[in-house]
Design a protein around this ligand. Structure first.
Ligand SMILES: [Fe+2]
Length: 213
């Protein structure tokens, strides 16, 4: 398994989601509002990234295999696809600390929808293209750490269908409208691991969500 580190090559998904997931994605996307934001790559405050790295390293032995997630698979038969570590207090504080950044990007007050713990994708893992469930309208995918042999970019599609491949180094993250923009990592992870954490918010004014479609 090798992949040239060029965005042009990475533009071809190696795994297409099965039909039931494509239908689910189409329905969910049709129901989602669009705030005109799309996505944008940014860099964490170094102090926040250090906190995340320390948390990841201090708890590495407590990561546990996740159950089946339809959107996640592995090309490495017999391998565990993802490991997860959840510390509710840590996650809530992180999400609260990052809320103002997301409010500035979204241009409106936000409420935390959810912050999952650090997910550690393993060798061979891929993530079918999908949209996130509501109310994860305003989100970020944050790169905590990785050891990769080849790029493992986020594939993300604008509402006009324009495809981008965005690589993230540890400490970088991508703001994105997860319920509306199709995204995934539809190529097997070539390397040891990729550790990420996700924060999701929704507008404090819920009427925006129900009328701005
Ligand atoms: Fe997602």
């Amino acid at each position: 398994m090798s992949r040239a580190p060029t965005d042009a090559q990475a533009l071809v998904p190696e795994f297409e989601a099965p039909e039931f997931l494509r239908k689910k994605c189409d329905q969910m996307q049709a129901d989602a509002p669009y705030f005109g934001l799309g996505f944008r790559k940014a860099r964490l405050d170094p102090e926040v990234h250090e906190r995340l790295l320390a948390h990841f390293r201090a708890n590495i032995e407590y990561f546990r295999a996740e159950g089946v997630i339809d959107e996640i698979g592995t090309a490495a038969k017999g391998n565990i696809a993802t490991l997860l570590f959840e510390d509710e207090g840590f996650n809530a504080r992180l999400a609260e600390d990052l809320r103002p950044l997301h409010e500035a990007w979204a241009g409106r007050p936000l409420v935390l929808s959810h912050c999952y713990g650090i997910r550690c994708y393993q060798r061979g893992t891929f993530l079918y293209n999908h949209v996130d469930r509501q109310p994860h309208f305003i989100s970020s995918t944050i790169c905590v750490d990785h050891v990769l042999k080849s790029p493992w970019p986020l594939h993300i599609e604008s509402v006009d269908g324009e495809v981008s491949q965005v690589n993230m180094e540890p400490g970088e993250f991508i703001f994105y409208e997860g319920t509306r923009l199709v995204h995934g990592r539809p190529y097997p992870l070539d390397g040891d691991y990729y550790a990420g954490i996700f924060v999701h918010y929704y507008p404090a004014d819920r009427s925006i969500v129900t009328t701005d479609k």
